[in-house]
Design a protein around this ligand. Structure first.
Ligand SMILES: C[S@@+](CC[C@H](N)C(=O)[O-])C[C@H]1O[C@@H](n2cnc3c(N)ncnc32)[C@H](O)[C@@H]1O
Length: 292
């Protein structure tokens, strides 16, 4: 299934093409590379309105060229959530807006099981979009794990901006695989597990993560801490070359045999372009959800 993030008011994908995307983040227009947008741009005029442009460097990485003055960071809203947005050296802004489709899905599931105590584990949790969506929806506890201290600090800022300080959220800087194994030894279980693994990554002590090599043992470890009354599992994927059918295969072979009381659904996530009838693909998702 295709999930299109179309309920934003503070964010808009204005256009995409010729290897780039043009986005409006509240009052700021950013232009940055996007390897998926290989079709041509039809009208370059709107692209000249960009307030900052990210240029790739031939040596790797890149930098922002600022064409207008704007604050180093600012806040955008998605429904009841607030996020700090800031152009970073790695062309990121601190938020993946297409993930809103998953925030809504998890939030709705948690809200519709308000009579249950739901503990959530968010792995590779970045700046906390999913963490906050679950906390706001009423999860009893959310555990947020990321290897990067800076990202965990950013997630805390987002919690404060979203006024969710009263919610039980544990922020942890750790390697996700090591954390999952430790939780197993402690006998802890979760009713929802979210994982947003990158193609390549590093834990805080330099632990290497490679999607195709590590995902199966990692999923198996996560299964050991998935509660027998679990509500959902979400895997996001960004690894180019992998279809969502790969996630379907993983979930059907690893999760479903242990949790046959649920169903698997997989597909792509995309952002709609505001200026023409186009979608920008932004990755894949695999969802297991308990049958009611
Ligand atoms: C693709 S981003 C996640 C995007 C995020 N879930 C969202 O939608 O906003 C990947 C994150 O994984 C973290 N990471 C990479 N390798 C890791 C590891 N071995 N253990 C823990 N976190 C890791 C990075 O620090 C980064 O924040």
């Amino acid at each position: 299934m295709l999930k299109i993030a179309e309920e934003w008011t503070d964010y808009k994908l204005i256009d995409a093409g010729s290897g780039e995307k043009l986005e409006q983040w509240k009052n700021v227009i950013l232009r940055r590379p996007d390897p998926q947008a290989i079709w041509p741009v039809e009208d370059w005029r709107m692209w000249n309105k960009a307030d900052a442009v990210y240029h790739r460097s031939a040596k790797g990485g890149g930098s922002w060229e600022y064409r207008k003055q704007f604050p180093e960071s600012w806040t955008i809203s998605y429904k009841n959530l607030r996020f700090k947005v800031s152009p970073t050296g790695f062309k990121h802004t601190g938020l993946f807006p297409e993930q809103a489709v998953n925030w809504d899905w998890m939030g709705d599931l948690i809200r519709s099981h308000a009579d249950e105590e739901i503990r959530i584990l968010n792995l590779f949790a970045y700046t906390g979009g999913a963490t906050l969506a679950c906390a706001e929806a009423g999860a009893a506890e959310v555990v947020h794990v990321d290897a990067a201290k800076g990202m965990v600090e950013w997630a805390k800022e987002n919690r404060d901006l979203s006024r969710l300080q009263e919610k039980k959220i544990r922020f942890i800087v750790d390697d996700c695989l090591k954390f999952a194994e430790r939780e197993k030894r402690r006998g802890r279980t979760y009713h929802g597990i979210i994982m947003d693994p990158p193609s390549y990554g590093r834990g805080p002590k330099g632990e290497m993560w490679k999607f195709e090599k590590d995902i199966v043992p990692f999923l198996k470890s996560c299964l050991e801490i998935l509660d027998e009354h679990a509500l959902f599992v979400l895997i996001n994927g960004y690894t180019s070359g992998f279809s969502s059918i790969v996630l379907e295969g993983l979930m059907k072979t690893v999760i479903l045999p242990e949790h046959p009381d649920g169903r698997v659904e997989c597909g792509e996530v995309a952002l709609p372009a505001a200026s023409r009838d186009l979608l920008l693909p932004c990755g894949i998702y695999g969802r297991w959800q308990r049958n009611d």
